[in-house]
Design a protein around this ligand. Sequence first.
Ligand code: PGA
Ligand code: ZN
Length: 407
Amino acid sequence: MSAITSARIAPIFDGRGQPTVEVEIVAAGGARGRVGAPSGASTGRTEVRALPEGGVAAAIREFRSRVAPALVGVDLADRAGIDARLHEVDGTPEFSRIGGNTATATSVASALALAAEGGRPLWEVLRRPGVDGKAFPAIVGNCLNGGRHAIGGPEFQEFHAISDAPRPDDAIRAALRVHALVGEELRRRFPKLALGRGDEGGWVAPLGNVDALEVLRDACDRARDELKIPVRPGLDLAASEFYRDGRYRYRDQTLDEDGQIGFVTGLVERYGVVYLEDPLDEGAYGGFARLTGALGARIQVVGDDLYTSHRARLQRGIDEKATNAILIKVNQVGTLTDTFATVDLARRHGLATVTSHRSGDLPEGWLAHVAVGTGAWGLKCGLLGGERVAKLNELLRLGRAALGDDG
Ligand code: PGA
Ligand code: ZN
């Protein structure tokens, strides 16, 4: 394997038009990888910092003066070494000096360069023990937006079509059909309204949480009947966003933890929800454990803001039986090494992992390789818009290659 000869950084924009960075890693033989870092909006309190104080300009200064010189000469195949250098030059627990987005772009760009050098697909370079690349993730496809991603919509942040059809083409087709049927129903209900889409490409409409879930459930039922492909409702409440002073605060009700658990459990049962992300505040391990005790045998209870992809937080979740699944976002921890420490722990304990985009993402496809290479139960990357379709199309390509349909 060859050594890194150059590491470059540049300012770019994410899908929300916010400034972020891209990093290019070049190796001695000429192989290169270039990756842009996405950003979130409903970020968990315990995520690493996306950018240092001073934003993109400061991230670029730090990279050129400290990160790039530390990377030159490191073996491209030494992921642990590359990621350790990032931590060393940063020197803080939350990447506040170089920024988690710089770390993410550097770590993934190095893996892409390694894949290019060996003429291998990225997922193989990222492969975790026991993964054969022939199992494909369920699609967690955003159909309706609320919360921070859609002003004027429901408080719940995301309403998903979940399809665990084994073939990616089937799963994507079913989720897209649900998205289209939700749009049709919204046009029928609001004929005079200019309908729009939110940050993750889901519809935005002036619906309450329960009405939105009903529209989603009906669309799933119709799509399933039409296509004969499994597809059912899922939710990401991102509940920390409407939790204040010990209460879950909706427009029309205020609930304590018991009330919230009762409300959410009722919705899951009434509407056949099979995927439930962040139904409680990001500190509520005990409440999560009660929900998972009641629902975990039947559905995925997923921690996103709860864990922020951090191994130690997941360990606590395992000890307390808080969830049966975890959302994985590389830039919540900053490097692939840190991400895989969490993924491996989850896999050892039988927790499902869901590889996730951010709400401000980029038209790049590498996330599909992370999902396949880590044996993820699900891929959450939205359905419509260039930055989301890029990932779905990459998953389709991986599916075709593995299933021998490559033409
Ligand atoms: P974010 O949210 O990317 O805006 O942080 C997505 C999510 O909560 O899953
Ligand atoms: Zn989430």
